[in-house]
Design a protein. Structure first.
Length: 329
């Protein structure tokens, strides 16, 4: 009852606050918005370009220029990813009609494009240190997992023998893969300095997060905790199932032992207890959520362009703002 009252009050406060805020700029129906690690800056897609802005002042700092391959039309950038050090920014354009899927990577300091790749489609993009991992699908429906080093401009690892969801460790030295075969639900750890060194464990299909030497496997209604070096199972935590889960809004704070479950609710990683909600899913769906490094704040972006920052322990709303409207030039 206590948690219900807390969640109800928070939802009402978010709703009332949003009524006083002017309509936010929404560049297109399928835009994305991400945050720097200290939550001071945001990045959002605007068709083929990405804009970086200061959340406190509301001013745009930099534009990362996209481009159409061969001078032809390209659909908007749909997904954004930031490396753990904020050094690299990735923009992914999903395939549209006969246009390919496109991955672009920029150096956030210089704004320079450092990598570009196209394929029929890409899946499960992951960043670790100076490396990017993804699944690329070819014209004959074959899929391959690729790990590319953005500093050396070389492929570190590539295979068509393993089909699954790749996740890089934060230092970029290990690759975790959850198989897509529902008969064999398996987790693998591949040492990228010695790809023949492979460890295996049991894990249902879901999402992976490697933080502080721990690997969190998040499924439909559970969180499974592994040692990221050995894949030894540490414990499994029951979690309230979320039918509306968005994997991009599924985030973990190891510092405060919290998890944002992919829709709008925050739970304890100690026992799975539901703590509070951030907004209402149907009124304004959550696009992305991110905890601060210390775990004391939670930033969230919503489909109507609003950016809200919460106290991650109490659920209290700290601030609300909008992504700025970019200069058309």
């Amino acid at each position: 009852m206590k948690n219900f009252i807390k969640s109800f009050v928070l939802v009402v406060s978010c709703f009332c606050t949003s009524q006083g805020l002017a309509e936010c700029f929404v560049p297109h129906y399928d835009f994305d918005l991400k945050f720097s690690k200290d939550l001071s800056q945001g990045f959002f897609t605007d068709y083929m370009d990405v804009h970086q802005w200061d959340i406190q002042t509301g001013k745009i700092i930099k534009k990362f220029k996209g481009r159409a391959l061969g001078g032809t039309f390209h659909s908007p950038i749909n997904e954004l990813y930031l490396s753990d050090t904020d050094k690299f920014l990735v923009g992914y354009t999903r395939p549209f009609w006969e246009l390919p899927g496109v991955i672009r990577v920029w150096n956030t300091s210089t704004g320079q494009e450092v990598y570009l790749n196209e394929a029929v489609e890409f899946f499960d993009i992951s960043l670790g240190a100076d490396r990017i991992a993804f699944v690329a699908q070819g014209k004959n429906q074959t899929q391959k997992i690729v790990v590319f080093d953005l500093s050396t401009k070389k492929i570190v690892y590539e295979t068509t023998q393993l089909v699954g969801r790749p996740t890089l460790s934060r230092d970029g030295n290990a690759l975790f893969v959850l198989t897509r075969n529902y008969r064999i639900q398996e987790l693998r750890r591949i040492d990228l300095s010695n790809p023949n060194n492979i460890l295996k464990s049991k894990m249902e299909y879901g999402n992976l997060y490697e933080i502080d030497g721990l690997l969190y496997g998040v499924g439909y209604d559970f969180v499974k905790l592994f040692n990221s070096k050995t894949l030894a199972t540490i414990k499994e935590i029951p979690l309230e199932a979320s039918r509306t889960a968005n994997s991009d809004a599924l985030q973990i704070s190891s510092a405060k032992k919290l998890i944002l479950n992919g829709s709008n609710s925050v739970h304890s990683l100690e026992d799975g207890e539901h703590l509070f909600n951030i907004g209402t899913y149907y009124y304004d769906p959550l696009i992305h959520g991110q905890f601060s490094a210390e775990g004391d704040r939670l930033a969230a972006s919503f489909s109507k362009g609003k950016v809200r920052i919460f106290n991650s322990e109490t659920g209290a709303l700290i601030s609300e703002s909008c992504a700025p409207r970019p200069n058309p030039n």
